[in-house]
Design a protein around this ligand. Structure first.
Ligand code: BEZ
Length: 210
């Protein structure tokens, strides 16, 4: 069954390039990005894992752990690591789950049979400190993901978890945010001392709270 927004991220035990893990225990009270890629030794995946390794410190800064998955065995993951570093200049610095029996892929509905019977699609799950799923994305094998966008989304998710705000289209950290409709004008004046601008009665913008 599909894993949907607001669901608890299913727990599992699996072997990874950093040894066996139990997912919830490994994640702890941090946020996490769990993502799948189709296969080891494939071109787009090689560029993706290098790109993500290059951004690892930025995920760390957001208390967000990163973990990848494909249906290849752990020995293949280890053999592929050298290629990733060779091609991208960034060594793998997060665990890759080996899922040859597709146990985790099935749990998270990462195999879409009309795309491929055997390989995982490019799924992404952003999971909050509370183990709840905050974001899902699905890309096809032919399109590499934009991991800067994931950082932007995590910034929005973490901000909107702390304050009664939402972020507009193409928002970047530091830009103005939207006060959620559930907050009355009177409450908004108390919550947001910097004030707000009502572009429409339902569209009120304020400075990004810290
Ligand atoms: C790739 O990672 O390059 C890839 C994997 C499966 C199908 C097509 C491309």
């Amino acid at each position: 069954m599909a894993v949907r927004l607001g669901d608890e991220a299913p727990d599992f035990a699996a072997d990874t390039t950093e040894g066996p893990i139990e997912f919830h225990r490994w994640k702890g009270s941090d946020w996490a990005v769990l993502f799948s890629h189709p296969r080891d030794f494939t071109p787009v995946c090689t560029t993706e894992l290098g790109a993500l390794a290059a951004l690892k410190a930025q995920f760390d800064r957001r208390q967000t752990k990163v973990i990848g998955l494909s249906v290849d065995p752990v020995g293949e993951h280890h053999k592929w690591k050298g290629d990733i570093e060779d091609v991208t200049g960034h060594g793998l610095n997060f665990p890759l789950i080996a899922d040859p029996d597709r146990k985790v892929a099935s749990l998270y509905d990462m195999i879409h049979p009309n795309a491929s019977d055997t390989a995982t699609v490019r799924s992404v799950f952003v999971i909050g400190a509370d183990h709840k799923v905050k974001l899902t994305l699905t890309y096809p094998a032919s399109t590499g993901r934009n991991f800067q966008e994931l950082l932007r989304v995590i910034d929005s998710l973490q901000l909107t978890a702390r304050h009664s705000v939402a972020t507009p289209a193409d928002w970047q950290p530091g830009e103005d945010v939207i006060i959620v409709p559930a907050v009355s004008d009177e409450e908004a004046r108390k919550k947001f001392p910097a004030g707000f601008t009502a572009k429409k009665p339902y569209l009120r913008v304020t400075r990004q709270p810290r």
